[in-house]
Ligand binder design. Structure first.
Ligand SMILES: Nc1ncnc2c1ncn2[C@@H]1O[C@H](COP(=O)(O)OP(=O)(O)OP(=O)(O)O)[C@@H](O)[C@H]1O
Ligand SMILES: [Mg+2]
Length: 432
C-alpha cells in the first residue's frame, strides 16, 4: 500500500515517516512538501492513502483536497487531514470537501498509527470491493453475451421446429392443394369445350345477321339458317351449357379460394416471427386456418369436431398462436394415429370466454399420457416419438409462447387409454 504524506515542514514529514517505519507499518511511503508536488504524484501513480497538511503556502491543504476530489478516479482515496486543535473551521471545511479523517498536530504516535491502520483497513475493503465489482461486471457481460447467444439459438430452434412441422405436413398439404387444382383444371377444360360450341353458334348468328341485312337474299335462305341455329342449340346442348357455365365458374372460384387459403396459412405459419405480428385477431379464424393445415392428416381416420362460441378479438401474435395450435393438434393426430384402433379417432376443439380469458380446449380420445412422464412433456427435447419423428420441442416452444409471451396458461390433463386435453388460456385485452 502506498501512503503519501504532504507537509511543507520537513521535520513533520520525517517525523511521520519514522513513526510509520518504527511501527513496522507495511507500506511504501512517499513525501511531498507542497500541494502542487502532491497533486503531481497522485496523478502519476496510484496512491492508497494521503495524509494532508491543511496550512501550506501557495495551494493549501483544502485546495489540494478539492483538486484530488475533482478527478473521479481519486474519489475514493482516503485523505486524512493534518491539523492543529485550534483549526476547527478549516477542519469542518475539509470534511465538506471530502476529507476522510483527521490527525492532530503535534503528532501523537499512538493516535497517528491507529488512524493510519483504520484508513488502511478501509482502503483494503474498498480495493476488494472494487475488484469484486469488476468481476461481477465481467461476469455480467459474459452472461449478457450468453443470453444473446441463447436467444439466437432459441429463435433458430423455433424456426427449425416449424420447418420440421412443415415437412411433416407437406404431403398432406400437397394433396389438399392438388384436389381443388384438379377440379379447377377439369372445369377449365370443360369451359374451353363450351366456349368452342358457343363460338360456333355465334358465327351462325353472325351469318344470319349478314343475310338479314342483305336485300338480295331470299327469305327461304334465311329460314334455312334459322333452322340450322335451332339444330345447333339441340345438338350442342346449349341450354345445358348456359346453366352449367355458372356452376363451373363458381366451383372453380371456390377451388382457387381454398388453395389461396391453404397457401396463406402455410405462409403465415412458416414466416419468421415478427414483433409486429402482435395485433387483435379473430381466434376462431386462427383455429380454422390451422385446421386447414391439419385436416388432411386427419382425413378418414379422425373425426374433428368444432364447438366454437363467438369470441371477442384477442390481442396476440398470430404466427406464434398459430404455431401453438398446430403443435397441439398435430400431437393429438399423431397420438391417435399411433394406436391400432377399431373406431374412428376423435378430436374436439372448443373455444369459449370465461373469467376475462379466452379458453381453447383441444381434446382427443387417444392413448393419453402416462402419469410418469406428464411432468416432462413441456421440457425441451422431451419426446416419446421415434428418432427423427419428433424433436420434442413442440410443447416447450408452445409453453414459452403462451406463458411468457402472452401471459397465458397452457394446461394438460390426461388419462391413460382415455385421452388427453390441452387447455390454452389467453387473457383478453380491452381495445382502447
Ligand atoms: N395429445 C397427446 N397424446 C399423447 N401424448 C402426447 C400428446 N401431446 C403430447 N404428447 C406427448 O408429449 C411429448 C412431447 O410433445 P412435443 O410436441 O413437445 O414433442 P414431439 O411431438 O414429440 O416432437 P415435435 O413436436 O418436436 O415434433 C410427445 O412426444 C408425446 O409423448
Ligand atoms: Mg409435437
Amino acid at each position: 500500500m502506498k501512503i503519501l504524506i504532504v507537509d511543507d515542514t520537513r521535520f513533520n514529514l520525517e517525523y511521520a515517516k519514522n513513526i510509520l517505519i518504527e511501527n513496522k507499518i507495511d507500506c511504501h511511503i512517499l513525501l511531498a512538501n507542497s500541494g502542487k508536488e502532491a497533486l503531481n504524484i497522485i496523478n502519476s501513480e496510484e496512491i492508497d492513502i494521503v495524509i494532508l497538511d491543511i496550512v501550506m503556502p501557495e495551494i493549501d491543504g483544502i485546495e489540494t483536497l478539492k483538486e484530488i476530489r475533482k478527478n473521479k478516479v481519486h474519489h475514493n482515496i482516503p485523505v486524512i487531514m493534518f491539523t492543529s486543535i485550534t483549526d476547527k473551521q478549516a477542519l469542518q471545511k475539509s470534511f465538506e470537501c471530502g476529507a476522510t479523517d483527521f490527525i492532530n498536530k503535534p503528532i501523537e504516535p499512538i493516535e497517528f498509527i491507529s488512524r493510519i491502520k483504520a484508513a488502511m483497513r478501509i482502503r483494503k475493503y474498498e480495493l476488494n470491493l472494487k475488484e469484486t465489482l469488476n468481476t461481477i461486471k465481467i461476469q455480467n457481460e459474459e452472461l449478457l453475451d450468453l443470453n444473446k447467444k441463447l436467444q439466437e439459438t432459441q429463435s433458430y430452434l423455433v424456426q427449425k421446429e416449424k420447418l420440421i412441422a412443415i415437412g411433416q405436413l407437406a404431403a398432406g398439404v400437397a394433396h389438399e392443394i392438388n384436389n381443388p387444382i384438379g377440379y379447377v383444371s377439369s372445369n377449365t377444360q370443360t369451359l374451353g369445350k363450351y366456349i368452342y360450341k358457343i363460338k360456333t353458334t355465334i358465327y351462325k348468328y353472325r351469318e344470319l345477321m349478314d343475310c338479314l341485312n342483305d336485300t338480295n337474299i331470299e327469305s327461304k335462305e334465311i329460314q334455312g339458317i334459322i333452322e340450322e341455329i335451332s339444330e345447333l342449340r339441340n345438338t350442342l346442348g346449349l341450354d345445358f351449357i348456359i346453366g352449367d357455365i355458372d356452376y363451373l365458374i363458381d366451383d372453380s372460384f371456390k377451388g382457387i379460394e381454398k388453395v389461396t387459403k391453404i397457401v396463406q396459412s402455410l405462409r403465415n405459419f412458416a414466416r419468421h416471427d415478427l414483433k409486429s405480428d402482435f395485433n387483435y385477431y379473430d381466434f376462431n379464424h386462427l383455429l380454422d386456418e390451422t385446421l386447414l393445415l391439419v385436416n388432411n392428416e386427419a382425413k378418414h381416420i379422425i373425426h374433428i369436431e368444432k364447438d366454437l362460441q363467438e369470441l371477442p378479438l384477442i390481442y396476440c401474435n398470430r404466427t406464434q398462436i398459430g404455431q401453438v395450435l398446430l403443435n397441439i393438434m398435430m400431437n393429438a393426430v399423431q397420438a391417435l394415429k399411433s394406436q391400432t384402433r377399431e373406431d374412428e379417432g376423435f378430436i374436439k376443439i372448443s373455444a369459449y370466454v370465461s373469467e376475462n380469458h379466452i379458453f381453447c380446449e383441444i381434446m382427443d380420445n387417444g392413448p393419453g399420457i402416462d402419469e410418469s412422464i406428464i411432468n416432462k412433456i413441456f421440457n425441451p427435447f422431451f419426446t416419446t416419438k421415434e428418432i427423427g419423428a419428433g424433436t420434442g420441442l413442440g410443447l416447450s416452444i408452445s409453453y414459452d409462447i403462451v406463458v411468457n409471451k402472452h401471459s397465458g396458461q397452457l394446461l394438460v390433463t390426461s388419462k391413460t387409454n382415455e385421452g388427453t386435453t390441452f387447455t390454452m388460456k389467453l387473457p383478453i385485452k380491452k381495445i382502447t
